[in-house]
Design a protein around this ligand. Structure first.
Ligand code: ADP
Ligand code: XUL
Length: 528
């Protein structure tokens, strides 16, 4: 008998990916569909449509539907052994929402293997443009929620984050007003994660508590919808959301559509889907407080496991853990990540990362007291709407320019000092850091990271941490169901490959950064 496989899907902003693992946690297959290139008829750029107001950003849900069939068709063509998959789970870009029209549940249940999903589901949506995480058009709704609950900290204490524009509840509040007929006709609202899960089980899949924490609607301690937040958001919301589920729960078997069309086994279990950041937490196996990841991608994120939630209205998010029913994760998000480093590289390092590294090596830890703030984009952490660069000399006075080596060092040191400052405020205390994302290929950047935090930095070999995390979660959920009890995630992860050590901290440099931190914090405040 051939060994079982566990499948992880990742429905992200620009693509749909699949990673399959075996029961020794080895990756056996990977597939991907790129929305812009492979489904050009939906006319997306980077997977999205941008509104004329510069704030609204949406994607057509039918695109995500079409991508699922295309992905599975590619896997079938490559003779992927669907019959060996015993469990599937998935990851979705966080915060995005899908509005199923009345009657869609019946349509989902009755899917026929003879026709593509997109033909059968083309009339299933009450709102044809799904808002995604890049949308920032709901400032008014955010203010309304914070007023209704008292203040930003009250929203954070209840839901894990103060009101954020991209968070789903504020998006729903906007649409309920802007498209009342569409909202009225809505039978179920899903996140992107539970949407793809719904397609797989042919029924409305519940929202898991971890991705559900990115909505400003879930009481993160009770892990149930917060009635006061629902009431302040839109009428009749409770029924439209359905009850949330534990992240490790099996939510049903795969629908006969996938058995008939692709050859899945009828017994294949679907484990609740979750958000991409929660799934990355699972993929990087961050379980103990002190295990922290820094993802240096298009944007930079820092996240880690947490036992006690300590929500802050000033920065960051607290989510329920996707792998531990009693745990939490904290996360901070930066818009000024790789693209901002690239802008400095292009300005002073001739567009070359090796030149950038050489300049970084030329300077000394602490940059002789020079500090810079580079807000190429409006920043999330701390919230700074006005773009611009702010440089300060060793005397704390503003200055207009740095020498190239000081400029490169200022952008990298500034980003990690900010992470140390703000992650500390949400309770993250790294003991070791796992670095992922494009810029984690840069050893000099990782050395600064290690020195600023004073802890060793490791890297993972598998780049798609969200899809891998979804596959790990499929195995985890399946194991819990098979044993009829909650099995700790660490127990299931025993065979996982070790991470590679990329940098060790220099204690002297670390002491310099510790002394710099209050100065950095003061300057940051003076700008905001
Ligand atoms: P995403 O998944 O968010 O689209 P990635 O994690 O693939 O992004 O990261 C892409 C970014 O990685 C690029 O924008 C680039 O700036 C950065 N990058 C790639 N190589 C290097 C390097 N050697 N040094 C620093 N940054 C790099
Ligand atoms: C997290 C966030 C993004 C999305 C898309 O809060 O907005 O990271 O999950 O990746």
């Amino acid at each position: 008998m051939s060994t079982p496989l566990y499948l992880g899907l990742d429905s992200s902003t620009q693509s749909l990916k699949a990673v399959a693992i075996d029961d020794r946690l080895g990756v056996v297959a990977e597939f991907a569909v790129n929305y812009d290139a492979d489904l050009p008829e939906f006319k997306t750029t980077g997977g999205v449509h941008r509104g004329a107001d510069g704030l609204t950003v949406t994607s057509p849900p039918l695109l995500w539907v079409a991508a699922l069939d295309l992905l599975f068709a590619r896997m079938k063509e490559a003779r992927f052994p669907f019959a060996r998959v015993v469990a599937v789970s998935g990851s979705g870009q966080q915060h995005g929402s899908v509005f199923f029209r009345q009657g869609a549940r019946t349509t989902l249940a009755g899917l026929k293997a003879t026709a593509p999903l997109r033909d059968q589901l083309k009339d299933a949506f009450a709102i044809g443009a799904s808002p995604v995480w890049m949308d920032s058009s709901t400032t008014r709704q955010c203010l309304a929620l914070e007023t209704a609950l008292g203040c930003p900290q009250a929203v954070a204490d209840l839901t894990g984050s103060r009101a954020y524009e991209r968070f789903t509840g504020n998006q729903i509040a906007k649409l309920a007003k802007a498209e009342p007929a569409g909202y009225e006709a809505t039978e179920r609202i899903t996140l992107v994660s539970s949407f793809v899960a719904s397609l797989l089980i042919g029924d409305y899949a519940p929202i898991d508590v971890s991705d559900g924490s990115g909505m400003n609607l879930l009481d993160i301690r009770r892990k149930a919808w917060a009635p006061r937040a629902l009431a302040a958001t839109a009428p009749g919301l409770d029924a439209r959301l359905g009850a949330p589920t534990a992240s490790h729960a099996t939510i049903g078997r795969i629908h006969p559509y996938y058995v008939g069309r692709y050859g899945f086994a009828t017994t294949c279990q679907v484990v609740a889907f979750s958000g991409d950041n929660p799934c990355s937490l699972a993929g990087l196996r961050l379980q103990e407080p002190g295990d922290v990841a820094i993802s240096l991608g298009t944007s930079d994120t820092m996240f880690g496991a947490l036992r006690e939630p300590r929500p802050s209205a000033s920065e960051g998010h607290i989510f329920a853990s996707p792998v531990d029913p009693d745990g939490y994760m904290a996360m901070i998000v930066y818009k000024n990540g790789s693209l901002t480093r690239e802008a400095i590289r292009d300005a002073v390092a001739e567009g070359s990362w090796s030149r950038f590294e050489a300049l970084l090596a030329k300077g000394v830890p602490g940059n002789g007291g020079s500090i810079g703030f580079y807000y190429k984009e409006p920043e999330i952490t701390p919230p700074v709407l006005k773009t611009g660069t702010h440089r300060f000399g060793p005397d704390g006075r503003p200055c207009t320019a740095f020498a190239p080596e000081a400029e490169v060092r200022a952008v990298v040191e500034g980003q990690f000092l900010s992470m140390r400052l703000h992650s500390g405020n949400v309770g993250l205390k790294p003991v070791q850091i796992l670095a992922t994302g494009g810029a984690s290929a840069n050893r000099s950047i990782l050395q600064v990271m290690s020195n600023v935090f004073g802890v060793p930095v490791f890297t993972a070999t598998q780049p798609n941490s969200a899809a891998l995390g979804a596959a790990y979660r499929a195995l985890h959920g399946w194991t819990c169901a098979a044993q009829g009890r909650f099995v700790p995630f660490a127990e299931v992860m025993k065979a996982a490959p070790p991470f590679t050590r990329a940098a060790m901290p220099d204690t002297k440099a670390n002491a310099v950064y510790t002394a710099m931190l209050p100065v950095y914090a003061k300057l940051e405040k003076s700008i905001g």
